[in-house]
Ligand binder design. Structure first.
Ligand code: MEV
Length: 434
């Protein structure tokens, strides 16, 4: 099997990069041609996806290398506008490779659908009636999606709860549905709408909202990796910090995030940099993932980090992540967007659970990379190269000039458009002189 450990992928030109991906993911000529078009999708496809279409907005699609997860190599497509995200994920995955990469495990793909019952006179009695008839309610829900049932999924369980609100006491019914390889919103929403009238009869109340919850507490993924002292130390070319020290600094950073909501928020933003980028590349509902992740981060009554770090017996750093990831391989943009379809082929996952596992590892890698940089040399160094290139382009540099001017500004630690213009002027004079 091909390896995802590719050194210097960033130094290769487009043709060379595509040749590697083509071979790794077994892409055909048409798929490679689609990627080379640099046009995300036709008007016809976009106009079927959303309303009032006037164009398409594109992100750069990058490939994170080095990912080894549960013993399998992955090249991970990431669509994101922010510099350094893809490089950081690849770097972290490279460090994790030293200890055989990441381990990840997704729970069964069980989503929650909610039915809100209002105007219920006796909530306790209503709940008793609903519980008594839960088998019948589940059967009714399953009749609404025989295909899902055929593929081994379907409604599994009913849970009930009451809430006291400004508009009185309400009964909230949760329908737990195994959605298999779907994200699940369509199946769950249809089932909730189907069982609503039965719930009204049983409760004597009125069913209002019938909708999926994006807080998918039963559909979570756990992932972990060990980052050794040695690999951490060697990951800095001119590092003057020992592996042990780097680990202590990362642990301090972790405890900052674990105990401070302002830091936890930014920490989790970094995690979602990676997860959203894979989600966008693969046509997933990244808003649902964002909402779920942040709600999960505050489930214990205090918003906190989604990752955890500690030392193992050898003093190496263990990183862990747990979060809900409701992603699908059937339905949605992964089946309609041409680039999302190719991204799905590149990532090469067989099930939605496997996709969730890869995404959790990318989230952990992204967080580890940010911690490693923040706790040592700071984040700006890594950002500077690409940032400087953008500034050079803004100043009017073209072709080779972009690299040259960027390198000069990084060397001078003075990355500004006016400086780029000055250097550019000097270069032009130089060219004229020649
Ligand atoms: C920037 O997009 C993400 C970081 O701020 C994440 C973090 O602080 O952990 C670098």
């Amino acid at each position: 099997m091909a390896t995802s450990k590719i050194s210097g992928f960033y130094k290769k030109n487009l043709e060379e990069r595509l040749a590697i991906i083509k071979k790794f993911a077994n892409l055909d000529k048409e798929e490679v041609a689609e990627l080379k078009k640099y046009a995300a999708m036709s008007f016809e496809i976009s106009d079927r996806m959303i309303e009032n279409v006037i164009g398409t907005q594109q992100f750069p699609l990058g490939i994170a290398t080095n990912f080894l997860i549960n013993g399998k190599d992955y090249l991970v497509p990431m669509a994101v506008e922010e510099p350094s995200v893809v490089a950081a994920a690849s770097k972290a995955a490279g460090i994790a490779r030293e200890t055989k990469g990441f381990k990840a495990k997704a729970s069964p793909p069980v989503m929650i659908g909610q039915v809100q019952l209002v105007n219920v006179k006796d909530c306790e009695k209503a709940i008793k009636e609903i519980k008594k008839k839960s088998r019948e309610i589940i059967d009714l829900a399953n009749k609404a999606d025989p295909i899902l049932v055929k593929f081994g999924g379907g409604a599994r369980k009913i849970e009930t709860n009451t809430i006291d609100t400004e508009k009185g006491k309400m009964v909230i019914v949760h329908l737990l549905v195994d959605v298999r390889d779907a994200m699940g919103a369509n199946a769950v929403n249809t089932m909730c709408e189907t069982i609503a009238s039965e719930l009204e009869k049983l409760s004597g109340g009125k069913a209002r909202l019938r909708i999926i919850s994006n807080l998918a507490i039963y559909r979570t993924v756990k992932a972990s990796a060990v980052f050794t002292k040695k690999a951490l130390e060697q990951s800095f070319r001119k590092g003057n910090l020992k592996g042990e020290e780097i680990i202590e600094h990362i642990l301090e950073a972790h405890h900052f995030a674990a105990n401070d909501v302002f830091r936890a928020c930014t920490n989790n933003k970094g995690i979602m940099n990676g997860i959203d980028a894979v989600a966008i590349a693969c046509g997933q509902d990244f808003r649902a993932l964002e909402a779920g992740a942040h709600a999960f981060a505050s489930l214990k009554g205090k918003y906190t980090t989604l990752t955890k770090y500690y030392k193992d017996k050898e003093g190496n750093l263990v990183g862990e992540i747990e979060l809900p990831l409701a992603v699908g391989l059937v339905g949605g943009a992964i089946k309609t967007s041409p680039v999302a379809k190719i991204s799905a082929k590149i990532i090469g996952v067989k099930t939605a659970n496997e996709l969730a596992e890869v995404m959790a590892c990318v989230g952990l890698a992204q967080n580890f990379a940010a911690m490693r940089a923040l706790a040592t040399e700071g984040i700006q160094r890594g950002h500077m190269g690409l940032h400087a290139k953008n500034i050079a382009v803004m100043a009017g540099a073209k072709g080779k000039q972009v690299e040259e001017i960027a390198a000069k500004m990084v060397e001078e630690k003075n990355i500004r458009v006016d400086r780029a213009k000055e250097i550019l002027k000097g270069t032009r004079k130089g060219i004229k002189k020649l």
